[in-house]
Design a protein. Structure first.
Length: 179
């Protein structure tokens, strides 16, 4: 009988590594894209990272310097953030042609995200799962003109079409692929 200790050890290590990743949330993740959010005056307003675990794309946002309260934030159709009003970012990213809002019977589209809740520290964070078809999502997010993340002055009501009645655009960042 021939022993192959190296191959046995390698197989054991690979099996142990896979067992350690027993749920989707435990799968190794990679940063797919990032954005630096800024206010119209150029002052930094936070960061966003798009992370893939191979199954799901998650948008992780850390925003700072905002007024306390709820702020709508959305993915927008164009990767441009020209001040003062950030209108260069276009409308909400809506590849399926749905109406706006998770409370709208004809809604929710890809650009719809939950409100950021900003506390007295004037900062907020959110992790939002965008979906589990990463190839399609990447094509929609990284088309020829890119995608922007926009934070609004007020809360999104999750219903009003086309923009959730969230008020003016106060911060913006362009998603840039890292891989």
């Amino acid at each position: 009988m021939t022993r192959k200790p190296f191959k046995t050890a390698l197989a054991f290590t690979a099996t142990a590594a896979l067992a350690a990743c027993s749920t989707v949330g435990d799968l190794p993740s990679e940063r797919v894209a990032e954005a630096r959010l800024t206010f119209a005056n150029g002052v930094p307003a936070g960061t966003a990272q798009l992370v893939s675990n191979g199954q799901t794309l998650t948008l992780a946002v850390l925003a700072t310097g905002l007024e306390p309260g709820e702020h709508g934030f959305h993915l927008h159709t164009t990767g441009k953030c020209e001040a003062p009003g950030f209108t260069s970012a276009g409308g909400h990213l809506n590849p399926g042609g749905n109406e706006h809002g998770s409370l709208n019977p004809q809604g929710k589209h890809l650009g719809d995200l939950p409100n950021l809740v900003v506390g007295a520290s004037r900062s907020a964070s959110a992790d939002v799962d965008l979906g589990d078809d990463t190839a399609i999502l990447r094509n929609q997010l990284f088309d020829a003109d890119g995608t922007a993340i926009v934070i609004h002055a007020g809360a999104d009501d999750y219903l009003s079409d086309p923009a959730g009645d969230a008020g003016s655009r106060v911060a913006c960042g362009v998603l840039t692929q890292t891989r």
